[in-house]
Design a protein around this ligand. Structure first.
Ligand SMILES: [Fe+2]
Ligand SMILES: [Fe+2]
Length: 474
């Protein structure tokens, strides 16, 4: 399935045969480029960046590397190849042929899902737009830009669905995706975590580890959709998402490595001394982890949700790895454990599984996250440092769901406001933490050089050397 790059909009969906769609997208494209110029990576337009571009959606063809100026990146529309005779795998329509057009009665819900997913893509580009100015190396700068262009392409993927399947209101939604702004008072992005700032590279790596992983789980659930074009487009997005999470996981691992080296060299675990030595102390990293984790698990929504039940039963959003689950895939009589507050304790109770699907996806996410944090802890182990990062309790620092109204410590104990106020400085990043991390952010762009607070990666990108010129400034 090669991508046709001879077209104004590269695609593998036969765009040249669909005049209406072509007109809609060609109208939207300059608006997208204006948005990129406005809100994309700051001051980057003249740089030659060593980027991968998809030339085909086959496993071999989607990562084609070369120097590209980012405004010339070939954003386009790439769907995974269609499966012959694909059937819906869950819900009331289980076993029926997957839909190639939207069933009228599900149109509003599908549009809402596509718009909500689509909104996160430009949001993260906006959140990250200043980070290029403080990149710790050319290698990291390239990775940032790779993520930025691919999030831009994910926006294209959702806009394609809006234009192709939703008519006029789809076109209006596509315009609105370019009008909302992350963190804007009057016209913010739809979801909370996408209105937070990403002011430094510690936040960026945490964001790509935690929040891009939320993206992975949402995309996996949508890749099961009975609406086949949505399933195919999200499957292809997942191939790109893996690299985003890699950037976060390896970024934090390199920060940990550098901190451990300095701790061993100077035989100290005193945060003040380590700060004086210009590295990030481990308790600060734990507080950033607590923040990003708690903000991200809110993205899965309320613990019990009738919308989630509807999305599932109507066949528009499945579960993570639906086909690998050994139940009836209808869930009418099934239950699922959820947490609730009973007096001064958090207890587990069984809820109808259909209503608890957000919680199930959140739990799948948490398992994946904990495995990643376990890999981070190996860095401390290998360096002989007696410190382990931990994932806070699911109820800690929540803004959505059962726990939004209570104060819960990272260990899961319910605390009063007074205790929260007394201890929150050791649980969440303080203004001093943020100012310190910010003070480390300086631009390092000499070939092969890295900022003092982060170790070089073990390998370069696409088998290139670590001191490869990943970005040329001209
Ligand atoms: Fe994305
Ligand atoms: Fe991503």
């Amino acid at each position: 399935m090669n991508i046709d790059y001879s077209q104004k909009i590269p695609n593998n969906v036969g765009l040249s045969d669909d005049r209406t769609l072509q007109r809609a997208l060609e109208h939207w494209q300059p608006e997208f480029l204006n948005w990129w110029a406005d809100m994309g990576p700051e001051g980057s337009t003249a740089f030659d960046v060593y980027l991968r571009t998809a030339v085909s959606v086959d496993p071999a063809g989607w990562a084609n590397f070369g120097y590209v100026k980012m405004p010339d990146y070939r954003w386009g529309i790439f769907l995974n190849p269609a499966e012959t005779d694909r059937r819906i795998g869950f819900g009331d329509h289980k076993g029926e042929p997957a839909w190639q057009e939207i069933p009228g009665e599900y149109r509003a819900n599908l549009r809402r899902i596509v718009v909500t997913q689509g909104d996160t893509e430009p949001a993260s580009v906006e959140q990250q737009r200043h980070l290029g100015l403080t990149a710790p190396s050319l290698y990291d700068l390239r990775n940032l830009f790779q993520i930025n262009v691919e999030e831009g392409r994910h926006l294209w993927a959702m806009v394609y669905l809006l234009h192709r399947y939703f008519g006029r209101d789809g076109r209006e939604e596509a315009e609105a995706l370019l009008e909302r702004r992350s963190g804007d008072q009057d016209n913010p992005r739809i979801l909370g975590a996408f209105n937070e700032r990403t002011p430094d590279w510690l936040s960026f790596f945490m964001f790509t580890f935690f929040t891009d992983r939320d993206g992975k789980f949402q995309l996996c659930a949508l890749a099961e959709s009975g609406f086949d074009p949505l399933a195919r487009t999200t499957k292809f997005m997942l191939t790109e998402e893996a690299h985003h999470m890699f950037v976060g996981e390896s970024g934090i691992a390199r920060i940990l490595q550098r901190t451990c080296e300095v701790m061993n060299q100077h035989k100290t675990d005193d945060p003040a001394k380590l700060r004086a030595l210009g590295v990030m102390d481990l308790p600060t990293i734990q507080r950033y982890l607590n923040f990003h984790y708690s903000v991200t698990i809110d993205l899965f929504g309320a613990d019990l949700s009738s919308n989630a039940a509807t999305f599932y039963s109507t066949g528009i959003k499945g579960r993570f790895e639906e086909s690998k689950l050994g139940d009836d895939h209808v869930l009418k009589d099934a239950t699922y454990p959820v947490l609730e507050i009973s007096g001064s304790e958090i207890v587990t109770r069984e809820a109808p599984a259909l209503n608890a699907l957000n919680e199930k996806l959140r739990d799948d996410y948490i398992r994946d996250t904990m495995a990643g944090v376990g890999r981070w802890n190996k860095v401390m182990q290998k360096n002989g440092i007696d410190f382990q990062l931990t994932v806070p309790h699911k109820a800690f620092h929540r803004q959505i769901g059962t726990f939004s109204g209570v104060r819960v410590a990272p260990d899961g104990s319910i605390v009063g406001q007074a205790e929260w106020d007394a201890k929150v400085r050791s649980w969440l990043p303080t203004e001093e933490d943020k100012a310190y991390v910010q003070s480390l952010m300086g631009r390092v762009v000499d070939v092969g050089k890295f900022a003092n607070w982060i170790a070089p990666p073990p390998l370069g990108i696409n088998k290139q050397a670590i001191d490869f010129e990943y970005v040329r400034f001209n």
